[in-house]
Design a protein. Structure first.
Ligand SMILES: [Cu+2]
Length: 418
């Protein structure tokens, strides 16, 4: 009886937290809107999230959110041959923020993020990766969309493989950063694109995704851990994805202020940043580091070694790259520490008349850009804060690399016939 009472108290407490923070733990009112087949064999599933009431200011990572769990991409394919799983290829995701009343599109400035993940109740990345004849290298997240990048499409001929019976979760969050907006209720509409292998076309080539983070040393926050939804932490909920292995680089992360002379390299210029939220502390970067920090007025560069985060299984090529920066983020660069050369650069643009990221660029390449398992890499983010106050920042690069181990060259022959 006592246990029942405690369970009830716990439920009420969770309910109060949910009301206070706008968190909807499971997508109430969420549904599958449509399933379609398009020219060229592409297929889509349209999802509608729970309604989110935007009746006050919600900053980045603070807005109403929910998870739409256990999405089956193609029930018909899964049922076709029970027990025989086909491979489906995820090729892209689009989101729109819509009015909850008439489902017409509203400004994307209310979008915080969407994470399409494996369903944590029915699988794990390890189990998922082992289910393919050639084991893959996926982690929890399959696609992430962020402000300024509400559409990601992999280059033609590439996809992220999943099995026809694999269940997916779509975690979406909204925000409301600018004062003076009328109260509105919105929903996030997501379109997931996928295809099957088709005998008339070359086989789809597999990609694995990595999210790599700039992290910064901050004054340690004793005893605090990154909180997520109390009752149901989910791998798609926050900006950062939790990971059990230590992903700190061998070289310490730094930040530099840009003075009138340029980037100030004085050793005193790099020190602890001010932390923006406790959610920015993630186990894999240690309690002394954060992925969510404050940028003082002016230009600042933040850099971290990301070799461990890239966790490349072999030499490969990247075929799609984009990123996530908060307002006033300028650019995000991946640099090869061996050569000092920039491998990719992603640029962001903020709205001029309100707080928000208007666009973030993407790189899509069928030929691919080489990434070497033996090389060390650094991620560099530039912020230019034009205001007179500190602003909050993150810097994440999302990349998709070829999930095919290079074929080792045949043993050298003594003599090749002419
Ligand atoms: Cu963020």
């Amino acid at each position: 009886m006592k246990r029942v009472r405690y369970a009830l108290y716990a439920l009420v407490a969770v309910g109060l937290v949910a009301v206070a923070t706008g968190i909807i733990l499971e997508g109430d009112g969420a549904r599958v809107l449509a399933r379609d087949t398009h020219a060229g064999g592409e297929r889509s599933v349209d999802l509608l999230s729970a309604p989110y009431k935007l009746d006050r200011i919600y900053l980045s990572m603070r807005g109403p959110r929910s998870n739409q769990p256990r999405i089956e991409l193609a029930p018909a394919v899964a049922a076709e041959k029970a027990g025989v799983e086909k491979t489906l290829w995820l090729t892209g995701v689009d989101v729109d923020v819509v009015d909850a009343g008439n489902l017409s599109a509203v400004s994307r400035e209310f979008f915080c993020h969407a994470n399409l993940t494996l369903n944590p109740v029915t699988t794990t990345p390890e189990k998922h990766n082992r289910s393919f004849a050639a084991p893959t290298h996926a982690n929890w997240r399959l696609f992430t969309l962020v402000p300024g990048r509400t559409s990601v499409h992999l280059p033609p001929g590439f996809g992220v493989p999943i099995k026809s019976g694999t269940l997916l979760d779509n975690f979406t969050m909204t925000l409301n950063q600018n004062p003076g907006q009328p109260e509105r209720t919105v929903q996030v509409k997501t379109r997931i694109w996928y295809r099957q292998n088709d005998s008339t076309q070359p086989p789809v080539r597999p990609l694995f995704r990595r999210g790599i983070y700039v992290y910064q040393q901050h004054t340690p926050v004793a005893g605090k851990v990154a909180p997520a939804s109390a009752a149901a932490p989910h791998q798609g909920e926050l900006c950062g994805e939790a990971c059990r292995t230590d992903q700190r680089g061998r070289q310490a992360s730094t930040f530099l202020a840009r003075t009138r002379q340029g980037l100030d390299t004085h050793p005193g210029a790099s020190c602890c940043v001010e932390n923006a939220t406790v959610e920015g502390i993630m186990a894999q970067f240690g309690q002394e580091n954060t992925v969510h920090w404050m940028v003082p007025p002016g230009s600042h560069r933040y850099q971290s070694e990301v070799t461990q985060q890239l966790d490349l299984p072999f030499d490969t090529t990247a075929h799609y790259v984009t990123g996530h920066l908060h307002p006033y983020g300028k650019s995000l660069k991946l640099v090869d520490m061996e050569s000092g050369k920039t491998v990719f650069e992603i640029e962001a643009r903020s709205f001029r008349d309100r707080l928000g990221v208007e666009s973030i660029s993407e790189i899509s390449s069928r030929a691919g850009v080489p990434l070497h398992r033996g090389h060390r890499y650094q991620l560099i983010a530039d912020y230019d804060n034009p205001t007179s106050q500190s602003i909050d920042a993150m810097a994440i690069m999302y990349l998709y690399a070829l999930d095919e181990a290079p074929v080792s060259p045949p043993p050298a022959l003594g003599r090749v016939a002419q």
